[in-house]
Ligand binder design. Sequence first.
Ligand code: RIB
Length: 338
Amino acid sequence: MATIRDVAKAAGVSVATVSRVINKNEYVNKETEQKVIVAMQELHYEPSSLARGLAGKKMNTIALMIPDISNPFFPGLARGVEDVAQQYDFNVFLCNSDDLAYKEKSYLEILRKKSIDGLIIISNNVNEEELEPLRMANIPVVLLDRPFNEQNYSVVRSNNRNGAIMAVEHLLAIGCKKIAHIAGPEKFVTARERRLGYEGIVSQYSWYTPSLIEHANFDIEGGKQAVTKLVANNTDIDGIFAGNDLMALGALKQLIKLGKNVPDDIALCGFDGISLTELTQPEITTIQQPIYEMGAAAALTLIKKLKGEITETKIQELDVKLIIRGSTEKGKKLPLAT
Ligand code: RIB
């Protein structure tokens, strides 16, 4: 079976030129392109995905680095990334960093050595210095969800602050008179933006005090612990905005354990829109991020960069949506268990 080298020899060009004709990712003059096409036809050459990568030692592979594979939000992003990558004949190399700086650095070195084509990264730890080896290797990077900076990279994220405002305004609209916030870790820009959105609304009320904010680690256990403190320190709260759905799930479980009726004693709103929030009783109202669309947009941005179709860096801020469910429908009788 003919190889890419046979084609190059027959056409009188380099392997890299043949690969550029196959990948269509760099300019090849028409005469040379025609010689390569004729050689491929005469030799009945079928470019393999390996052949596609030979020129620049690229393997039509992009990497996605996520911080917590156990949080359904991130696999939801990965689904969007992979579907778009497949449409453009790219494979996806998934890295789970556990939000640990040393794991992220180790993965970055592995990815550089493997000559992946491009990287989509969700990280608060990396910085431009750590991404410099990839830049030197001409490996483009797109920042997703929680960018460490928005000046020098293409970014895809949702409108976190606006989503927090929507959550608090909804709790006020259903009659809540004292609203607390379970905030994610301050090191994450997504958590900070949501806290700022919350504070921007509640700080105008006389009942607001900083003790109405408890931080947790974007997980179920953190939501439980935060509720215990909030209820102990503020016996009259009647609404809670949780900065992500896992903390909202923990909050719901702990509120019920503490004998609180959700929503009639304390209404609850989460953030993300993961499907687990539909499985609880009551179902949890949440601010739905366009999770799949965020992943898809990040992959499309990276692949267009690889094809030379876009060169500028840009910020894509996607809108979020309030999904109203039982945890904020006060006064509504729950369906009798049948
Ligand atoms: O649930 C994980 C959280 O971390 C999400 O809200 C997402 O935006 C990420 O920042």
